[in-house]
Ligand binder design. Structure first.
Ligand code: ADP
Length: 467
């Protein structure tokens, strides 16, 4: 039986977070911002392209993904792979010719992309929380995607560091370089092509991006970081996912230095993980983890981190049921907490958990606020305003979290979503679930940034109780 209090808890959490967002302080967001373009696949168009590129060669690439895309048949074959499996995949496009081909193929929508870009528009553009964002390439196409509001990028003017809205940056002096573009090819469940049928809706992403993939860090952030850090009260870090064994060393040197400055200035930093295929990079991220106050992840990311901690059985267990088995999730979260991270925020379809080295209802309330924002994004494909977030109070809580809540209540004596485990506080919330979501791209970033910033907004309005 689901606790009947959730509706009330949701309503009061929303009011309190909304009233306190002004206490959060400025948030530094680094490092990945790009342009997402969406193309909704059409059967006749795709089949014609496959015929023209050479059907047999394309089909050859549709059963196994290449490491990167270097030819048009590889591009079309990889899209076909996604359709056949109903799975998402993302590959780097290394050829100018293929990039040009995708540009001419065109798109249906242009959107802000990258975790930093998405979070900047949400925190600055909707919550009114000032953000300083790292935008590797400030092209007109890119800067035009920023919302109005307290969103800033640092800019050198006569040797001095100034903060300006990205639209006012105009630092390219007439020379318009290529924007980092992620081409997202979406298809619905049941999409048919060449006799294949997609078992579920999903997307294939071809990234024509030389900036975020290599974690290019701008000069303003290399030379002026101390000054940038002095002006913020929180930091959210993301964008390591496309690095490889060959490319991570140089940028990680800079990242470490940035984390050192942030911790010296006592700016709590949150690491927003994304699935990182390279195991060496994943191991290095794990090494950085103790420098973070907080980390946010989903079940796939948690399992992938357990793998490099040599917890393969646990990793497997995390992925073997839907929703993820809470006991396995908590076991894995405790292992991360033991590394010294003070806050671990896990999200999955149906519920969120936060394991913290401190106590307080504000942790749970921030999760509830995040779930409202997530439901808004699922409903509308975007979070346009606080009024729309408020409307998500009407979305019902999903039933799949019921058994999880029951088990946590029995095992740990959880009450209203709060329990104590091994000296940590565990906060649990069942999430609102939108039956027919408009889009689910980037919901993870929305959840994590809302919960982290929401928590500090509440915390800075009240007194923090340490365990
Ligand atoms: P992404 O990488 O696209 O951000 P994640 O897996 O990190 O994806 O986050 C997706 C999260 O979105 C899920 O964990 C779930 O909590 C939430 N979510 C997905 N679909 C819905 C839905 N229909 N209604 C509410 N929340 C959803």
């Amino acid at each position: 039986m689901m606790n009947p209090n959730w509706d009330k808890l949701y309503a009061s959490a929303f009011e309190r977070v909304r009233a306190n967002l002004g206490n959060a302080g400025s948030v530094l967001l680094a490092y990945n911002t790009n342009v997402d373009v969406l193309r909704y696949l059409r059967r006749d168009d795709l089949e014609e392209r496959i015929e023209r590129a050479g059907r047999d060669e394309v089909l050859g690439y549709s059963s196994e993904l290449p490491e990167m895309i270097k030819s048009v048949p590889q591009l079309l074959g990889s899209i076909l792979w996604s359709v056949r499996q109903g799975k998402a995949a993302e590959l780097f496009v290394g050829s100018c010719r293929v990039r040009f081909y995708m540009k001419r193929w065109g798109w249906d929508e242009v959107r802000m992309g990258g975790q930093v870009g998405i979070m900047a528009n949400l925190l600055g553009g909707v919550y009114g929380v000032p953000v300083v964002a790292h935008v590797p390439q400030l092209s007109r196409l890119q800067t035009g995607l920023f919302r109005e509001g307290p969103i800033y990028v640092p800019k050198f003017e006569n040797g001095e560091l100034k903060l300006v809205h990205p639209k006012k940056f105009s630092g390219h002096g007439g020379w318009e370089e290529d924007s980092p573009i992620h081409y997202i090819y979406e298809f619905p469940r049941g999409f048919r092509v060449l006799g294949f049928e997609a078992p579920r809706e999903n997307r294939f992403i071809a990234s024509a991006d030389d900036y975020n993939t290599a974690l290019v860090i701008r000069d303003e952030f290399r030379e002026g970081f101390d000054e940038i850090a002095a002006g913020v009260g929180l930091a959210i870090i993301s964008g390591f996912q496309a690095l490889t064994e060959d490319t991570y060393r140089e940028p990680f040197g800079v990242v470490k230095e940035h984390l050192r400055v942030l911790s010296e200035r006592e700016v709590p930093a949150h690491l927003e993980l994304a699935f990182t295929p390279d195991e060496t990079v994943r191991r290095e991220i794990l090494r950085l983890l103790p420098m973070f106050w907080s980390v946010g992840l989903n079940e796939v990311e948690l399992a992938s981190v357990m793998e490099v901690m040599n917890e393969r059985d646990l990793a497997e267990k995390l992925l073997s049921s839907d929703p993820a088995d809470a006991d396995a999730v908590i076991e894995a979260m405790l292992k991360l907490a033991a590394l010294g991270v003070r806050r671990i925020h896990f999200h999955t379809y149906g519920y969120y958990l936060a394991l913290t080295a401190y106590r307080g209802e504000f942790v749970r309330d921030a999760l509830l606020f995040a779930a409202l924002t997530a439901a808004t994004k699922a409903r509308l494909g975007d979070v346009p305003s606080m009024e729309e977030v408020a409307k998500s109070l009407k979305v019902p809580v999903g039933g799949m979290a019921g058994p999880v809540e029951e088990a946590l209540t029995k095992e740990y004596g959880m009450k209203d979503g709060i329990a104590e485990i091994n000296g940590y506080q565990l906060a649990f919330v069942p999430t609102k679930i939108v039956e027919r979501p408009k889009s689910t791209v980037g919901i993870g970033d929305t959840i994590s940034s809302s919960a982290f910033v929401g928590e500090f907004a509440l915390r800075r309005g009240t007194q923090m109780k340490r365990l």
